[in-house]
Design a protein around this ligand. Structure first.
Ligand code: HEM
Length: 325
């Protein structure tokens, strides 16, 4: 090919692929570890047979990992100095079973394909698998992420959404990660699974405003139930199901709850109270298929956030430690 033609083709390819993210591919391990997905799936199933906490813990771990340094398993790194990402206050409520799930899956993968599959990819596959195993939609996971070389507690503040965020803040923080309002609403549907500590929503029950202790957007019966489960000065370890009806099933009940004033956090309830997002919530509440489609596509987009590919980062041997350490 003449040089200018090469250059032209090169430029077109560059424009089509854009940055890092498009280098991911579902077939990345086709020749180097063709069974990676079934190995991970088996490890997850085994862990799930020991504890149902596995599902919510793993899904949340993936989300936090992606929002901090990109989906690079930096959340997994542990240090005796307790100064890595997982030690940051925003991550202390990540359930230990999520970390354990990924470590177990990595051990199983290493036994068959040593030094080939990144912890970041294992976490992405595991997050999909727990959704499927709890009744949610399946989707193809793009692969080829490399593991990050930075994991610092000090870099976490400001990167994760808080339960008191309003719609504008939520849209902003997801937007910073290339995710749309629709992605954000769909991904919030993950709160159909798992548990929350009372402290995360106590303000809505006891000190919403000086003359109005209970948040008026809460369904009064739900508020009563929450006060019963979480009295003032309750043991800080007490948790409640975020979806009080089906906390272990991935379904659209979360959105039905929002329509009925049963959103646990302000960041949940605003999705229904704000007219900008309400039509989507109503749609997901009425049509589980639409929610599943939007969730699957948002998970793929979440999995592209800040990924390292090619020669960037490393393939960690042990997910909890950098290779050099
Ligand atoms: C939209 C903004 C979000 C906010 C403000 C938020 C906040 C929270 C908070 C405060 C908890 C309770 C933690 C505790 O007290 O233990 C929680 C739990 C959880 N979050 Fe989110 N989250 C958000 C989005 C997401 C997304 C996008 C996902 C996953 C795709 C997710 C998955 C989960 C899961 C599965 C749990 C339950 C964890 C467990 O039971 O161990 N969250 N979230």
């Amino acid at each position: 090919m003449e040089w200018w033609r090469c250059l032209f083709v090169g430029i077109v390819l560059l424009m089509a692929t854009g940055s890092g993210e498009a280098q991911l591919s579902p077939n990345f391990y086709q020749s180097s570890c063709p069974n990676v997905e079934s190995i991970v799936r088996q490890a997850i199933q085994q862990k799930l047979s020991q504890t149902s906490v596995t599902v919510a813990a793993t899904l949340r771990l993936f989300f936090h990992d992606c929002f901090i340094e990109g989906c690079d398993a930096s959340i997994m790194v542990a240090s005796p100095k307790h100064d890595t990402e997982r030690d940051a206050p925003d991550n202390l409520s990540l359930a230990g079973d999520g970390f354990d799930t990924i470590e177990k899956a990595k051990e199983a993968v290493e036994a068959q394909c040593p030094g080939v599959v990144s912890c970041a990819d294992i976490l992405a596959i595991a997050a999909r698998d727990v959704v499927v195993l709890s009744g949610g939609p399946s989707f193809i996971v793009e692969l080829g992420r490399r593991d990050g070389l930075i994991s610092q507690a000090g870099r976490v503040p400001g990167k994760l959404p808080g339960p008191d965020f309003d719609l504008k803040l939520l849209a902003w923080i997801f937007g910073k990660n290339n995710l749309t309002l629709l992605d954000m609403i769909a991904l919030s549907g993950a709160h159909t699974l798992g548990f929350s500590h009372c402290s995360r929503f106590a303000k809505r029950l006891y000190s919403f405003a000086p003359s109005l202790p209970v948040d008026p957007s809460l369904n009064p019966r739900y508020a009563q139930q929450l006060m019963h489960a979480c009295p003032q000065n309750v043991d800080p370890n007490i948790v409640v199901g975020m979806d009080p009806f089906t906390p272990n099933t991935f379904d659209n009940v979360y959105f039905k709850n929002l329509v009925n004033g049963r959103g646990l956090f302000t960041s949940d309830e605003v999705l229904f109270t704000n007219p900008l997002s309400r039509p989507v919530v109503s749609n997901f509440a009425a049509n589980q298929g639409n929610f599943f489609k939007a969730f699957a596509s948002a998970m793929v987009r979440l999995g592209r956030v800040g990924v390292k590919t090619g020669n960037e980062g490393e393939i960690r041997r042990d997910c909890t430690a950098f290779n050099g350490s």
